[in-house]
Write a protein that binds this ligand. Sequence first.
Ligand SMILES: *Cc1c(COP(=O)(O)O)cnc(C)c1O
Length: 382
Amino acid sequence: MELKIKYPFLDLKAANERYMSDLCVAATGVINSGRYIGGPEVDELNCQLAAMCQAPHAIGVSNGLDALRLIFEAYKVLGRISEGDEVIVPANTFIATVLSLTHTGLKPVLVDPDEMTMNLSAESIAKAISPRVKAIVLVHLFGRVCWDEKIARIIRDNDLIAVEDAAQAIGARSITDGLYSSRQAGAICHAGAFSFYPTKNIGALGDAGAVVTHDSELAAAVSALANYGGDRRYHNLYVGFNCRLDPIQAAMLRVKLRDTDEANARRFARAVAYNRHILHPAIIKPLIPSSPTQCVWHQYVVRIKAELRDDFREYMFANGVETDIHYPTPPHQQPCYEHLPHGPLPISEQLASESVSLPIGDPISEIDAREIAEIINKFNGQ
Ligand SMILES: *Cc1c(COP(=O)(O)O)cnc(C)c1O
């Protein structure tokens, strides 16, 4: 007999149900327009994103990995970073962050995160600084903004290029005052990359991504590099790529981006419900930040001792709750990075062996989150 899963980890069709009629109208508009590359849908999306991020430049591109890669390629063609330069990156990030560096000939310096926030901390960054380090990628992992006064000071004092991997943090906001005022994730530092992969907080109906920046030279280089390296038609400044955003995905995103704050608020409410109702002593819950927009809960990740994890996930599944792991293997333990130099990374390895992600996306309700928490509380493991 097939087991009926009451709470799938993420049902994308169900999650998109609330947008369905607008998505159909928008898709039909693109089909009827005859513009299938670039054009007004992409231009409008870029304007909408720039306005949302309060940044002067937003460039829709093919996906999140390409957004990161284009940023580093652009710094290279502008002569601000060189092949072989070192770049600090959290060791527990999704592999795409690291791929963007090795693809552009930069050397990742893998740094263990803070165990509780799962993001880089000023202390961990400070230990990794050296004259060879020219840049840092701040990953807002699971939607939590990685930014504070101390990190800002390290970046400024060491004159680092600071790039945000905001793939999981659309709509999040920093709370730092002083050196930098509160800013939208992706527009806090010099340049930010977004992914609109369908499972992200705001997902397209296929691959999509964007670069956001305050730097007009960088924006021009990214736009050119994404379109064969041409600054105008049949004039190629750089050895570029084809990393353009499809207008049909731009149209889908224009519908969904309007709901960003509400969609993130729904995630926040579920995270709060989980934190309130999960009471099992074997489960370590994530921190709820003091300001709700500081984390947009791309994932709600709890931890359980490695020896109990498989039993816990099987128990949850048997009780109708599908869970996932973000991420079971850190980049430095992947076969492709067998020869990547790195120091000991005990926290990243521990997080990989203990993490479990609970359903957090639409259409899970706060009541569902409470029910899932009650199932967790009846788990028979210590
Ligand atoms: C999803 C993701 C990416 C890559 O985005 P794609 O659109 O899948 O290429 C990069 N970094 C992080 C942290 C991500 O979660």
